[in-house]
Design a protein around this ligand. Structure first.
Ligand code: SF4
Length: 64
């Protein structure tokens, strides 16, 4: 499963803390406006979904 097909960021509540980028740099990155992007074509395992969402302190990483 591809991360960008599964997840989206609730930018309204994202703190831009960088926690997701630090934990999963292969999935998340900041764009030039310090907005979190989910990289394309990154394969993740279904058993890791909750762990990945769990890195966000405000639950801004949500499933589509
Ligand atoms: S961990 Fe959550 S609040 Fe922090 S930058 Fe990522 S999506 Fe935003």
């Amino acid at each position: 499963m591809q991360a960008d097909k599964i997840f989206k960021i609730n930018h309204g509540i994202c703190l831009k803390c960088g926690g997701c980028v630090a934990a999963y740099p292969e999935i998340f990155e900041f764009d030039e406006n310090q907005k979190i992007l989910i990289k394309e074509n990154v394969e993740i395992k279904s058993e890791d979904l909750e762990k990945i969402k769990g890195v966000c302190p405000v639950a801004a990483i949500i499933e589509k």
